[in-house]
Design a protein around this ligand. Structure first.
Ligand code: CMC
Length: 392
């Protein structure tokens, strides 16, 4: 039996071997299947990166075409899903709806519950999930504004199709802008995988019990929702808005974040693994400038964000603790510029992270990993005798 080592938050414990994503937090390096994130963000698109993560190599032109076409054919969701959607109040957070509807896919595709799926069956589950997530995500938004849902249009590419379902009305078509499509592809690529983060570890842990891909990813969505994880992108914008409303003094908020008696943290700052610049944040910061310029958007919040970053990077508290802006610090500013409402930011993160979750779930199953079952060190009462209620 031997010792049980205690490592709360798994700060130094590896749970698996993995061949998907390489991350060096000291040097600020991130690679998917060996390819640097900078090259993928600049030169690839989200569907190609999804293929790379899920199947391990860049697709040939034919493979890419087949993958995209198969995804396009499966974008419709079962009409009965709309009844589930209708049951949610308009106030429901879209992340809750996303997690519930992804979980309910098991009901529509019960074959996904088989623990010994063939490669073809597993592939079909993968394609269905990639195809239906954007539809479900856009519908969760339409529900929140009380508008009728827009059906997928399969002649559009993945990103354009999502934007169309978000922003078209039965009465008016949305003009898909190539600047917006490029920005969205870049954001999705930057979020596509990040090795054993909280939501991905959740997907692997749930999947290790041989739960279906849909249930496992639904659990991952719930984990991602938390403000210390994917929920941070929404929290960043809310924080920047609060700074603006308070008169725009970023130094005051820096002091607040340093005060140990105040629970406030600088959202979008710090990372468990990056103790140097988050390479994704570098790309996103530049992209925020480019996208806002291309769209002719002037957002005062971008200036506040830059001031805040500058002030934090020159403050010994943040320097000593190696706290740098993370991927979420600037992503919300781009989402806002392309018209995505704040309560959808974390859903955008989920859409981006999906191929990573799928790749990690598939790797875990194909490697026949054992069920995940952490141990503990018991610190409760020693043995004691039961006392009848009238004697307590
Ligand atoms: N503002 C102020 N202080 C901070 C912050 C922050 N954002 N982040 C960490 N610290 C301090 C923390 O108080 C601690 O100080 P001390 O040593 O004096 O007690 C020290 O830095 C180390 O922090 P930690 O909480 O032990 O580090 P962690 O690895 O457990 O937490 C984190 C990592 C990302 C949860 C944390 O930095 C944080 O809460 N950041 C804000 C939320 C955020 O932006 N999350 C998005 C993460 S990136 C997207 C994703 O992949 O999820």
């Amino acid at each position: 039996e031997g010792y049980i080592t205690l490592d709360p938050g798994y700060k130094n414990t590896g749970a698996t071997t993995s061949a998907i994503t390489f991350l060096d937090g000291e040097k600020g390096i991130l690679r998917y299947r060996g390819y640097p994130i900078e090259q993928l963000a600049e030169q690839s698109n989200f569907i190609e990166v999804s293929y790379l993560l899920i199947y391990g190599s860049l697709p040939t032109a034919q493979e890419l075409n087949d993958f995209s076409e198969r995804i396009s054919r499966h974008t419709l969701v079962n009409e009965d899903m709309r009844k589930i959607l209708d049951g949610f109040p308009a106030t429901a957070h879209p992340m809750g709806i996303l997690s519930a509807l992804v979980s309910s896919l098991t009901a529509f595709y019960p074959e996904s519950l088989k623990s010994n799926q063939s490669q073809d069956e597993m592939d079909l589950s993968v394609i269905r999930l990639m195809a239906k997530m954007p539809t479900i995500a856009a519908w969760s938004y339409k529900n929140s504004i009380g508008h009728p849902v827009i059906y997928p249009k399969n002649k559009l590419d993945y990103a354009s199709n999502f934007l169309n379902m978000m922003f078209s009305y039965p009465t008016e078509d949305y003009e898909v802008d190539p600047v917006v499509v490029d920005a969205l592809n870049k954001l999705l690529i930057l979020h596509a995988d990040h090795e054993q983060n909280c939501s991905t570890s959740t997907v692997r842990l749930v999947g290790s019990a041989h739960a279906s891909l849909y249930s496992s990813v639904s659990a991952g969505i719930s984990a991602l929702w938390g403000p210390l994880h994917g929920g941070a992108n929404q929290a960043v914008i809310e924080m920047l808005e609060a700074i603006k409303a308070d008169g725009g003094d970023s130094k005051k908020f820096i002091e607040k974040a340093k005060d140990k008696n105040d629970p406030f943290r600088l959202m979008g700052f710090g990372h468990r693994v990056y103790k140097n610049f988050d390479p994704r944040a570098k790309i996103i910061k530049k992209s925020a400038d480019d996208v806002l310029a291309a769209l002719g958007v002037k957002d005062p919040i971008l200036d506040i964000a830059k001031e805040l970053e500058e002030a934090a990077l020159n403050d010994s508290y943040f320097v000593e603790r190696k706290l740098y802006p993370n991927v979420d610090f600037y992503s919300g500013i781009i989402y806002r510029a392309i018209g995505i409402p704040t309560n959808m930011f974390t859903v955008m993160f989920a859409l981006g992270r999906l191929p990573g979750w799928i790749a990690q779930w598939k790797e875990m199953r194909e490697n026949k990993e054992p069920i995940g079952r952490p141990r503990q060190i018991y610190v409760g009462e020693t043995e004691r005798d039961y006392v009848a209620v009238e004697k307590r």
